[in-house]
Write a protein that binds this ligand. Structure first.
Ligand code: NAP
Length: 318
């Protein structure tokens, strides 16, 4: 068997075309476009690249994005005050705080300050809790993107054995909850799981998000399984790889996502979807389909700065 390689770029392009259409419709009906504010503390090089990509993706579909960059010496209270201002700004539909934050910050407190109705990353406790009961406002972008890839490929989840390798709050756990919501039987593995292969070999759908190159070999995959590789690892020679031995797994699986070009493009895309959903919600517009990828076979102005300490840089795009 040689797996079908799922083209995340193609699915993302389709969802983004739908996003652009929804933004045009919002502009026609409400006289404004959706707005996203991104708070960055410090200038971590990887975060700078991720934020740039998010802003470029926003611009491509017509969302106005704003980056508020603070020095890593900024106080947590100052950042919280800025989140409050953005929370009250009617032109801001989504607020995200780029992670990681400096170690001195209380992450839970920061994420909990973002109003749940603008928490487009889906990290606020309210949205996490909503995920547990299958009723979240904003599903976290990476697992949401994985669900869209499965939907696009027409892969039925109900009744299948799903195994998630990785149990982080932003990928593994929400992924498991979403698969459960779609009626899969789910097992979650992590670094202390004994005999990982014993679990992975049971999976009809295997989602790997551990951050370990070559963690999953062909022998660990059931013949015909669907394998979604979320991992992103930079090797010493500069190559970007996932968590699976691509060539080995490809020979056993029926579907496989590549790295790069699989889940990655979907993560930013689902941030756009969440921001547009938020704007439609705030404006009382009926969502136009939620940016669903068609199955393959069917083929502004800143709020007043009351604190006296602005960010060191602020950019608005476009
Ligand atoms: P994380 O917070 O470091 O969590 C990693 C998880 O994997 C933890 O639950 C850890 O177990 C588990 N793990 C680590 N080594 C393991 C092993 N040998 N066997 C089984 N489980 C193991 O990472 P994350 O933020 O979830 O990200 C995971 C990977 O996905 C990274 O490579 C990251 O770059 C990538 N990622 C990609 C996207 C995308 O858009 N494609 C988005 C987000 C993340 P413990 O809980 O026991 O420590």
């Amino acid at each position: 068997m040689s797996a079908r390689i799922i083209d995340g770029n193609a699915v993302a392009a389709q969802v983004r075309a739908d996003c652009a259409q929804r933004v045009r419709r919002i502009r026609e009906q409400a006289g404004r476009v959706p707005g996203l504010a991104v708070i960055m503390v410090g200038e971590d090089p990887a975060s700078t690249v991720y934020v740039r990509n998010k802003m470029r993706a926003c611009e491509d579909v017509g969302i106005v994005s704003r980056r508020l960059l603070y020095p890593d010496t900024v106080s947590e209270d100052e950042v919280l005050r800025r989140i409050d201002i953005l929370g009250a700004d009617p032109d801001v539909d989504g607020i995200l705080v780029q992670l990681p934050l400096p170690k001195s910050f209380d992450l839970k407190r920061v994420l909990g300050t973002i109003p749940a109705g603008k928490d487009v990353d889906g990290f606020h406790l309210y949205n996490v809790g909503g995920l547990v009961i299958g009723d979240t406002i904003f599903p976290p972008c990476t697992p949401y993107g994985v669900m869209r890839l499965l939907e696009y490929e027409g892969i039925d989840v109900a009744g299948r054995n799903a195994v998630v390798v990785g149990a982080s709050n932003i990928v593994g756990k929400p992924m498991a909850l979403m698969l459960m919501q779609h009626e899969a039987t789910v097992a979650v593995c992590h670094a202390k799981t004994r005999d990982l292969a014993q679990f992975t070999q049971l999976a009809d759908i295997l989602v790997v998000a551990a951050g370990c190159p070559n963690l999953i070999t062909g022998a660990m995959v059931k013949e015909g399984a669907v394998v979604i590789d979320v991992g992103i690892n930079r090797l010493a020679d500069g190559r970007l790889v996932g968590d699976c031995d691509f060539d080995g797994v490809r020979k056993r699986a029926s579907y496989l996502t590549p790295v790069p070009g699989g889940v990655g493009p979907m993560t930013v895309t689902m941030l756009l979807v969440n921001t547009i959903n938020s704007a439609e919600r705030a404006l009382g517009l009926v969502p136009a389909g939620g940016g669903a990828a068609k199955p393959r076979n069917e083929s502004a102005a800143d709020g007043a700065d009351v604190t006296g300490f602005g960010p060191i840089a602020e950019e608005v795009s476009p």
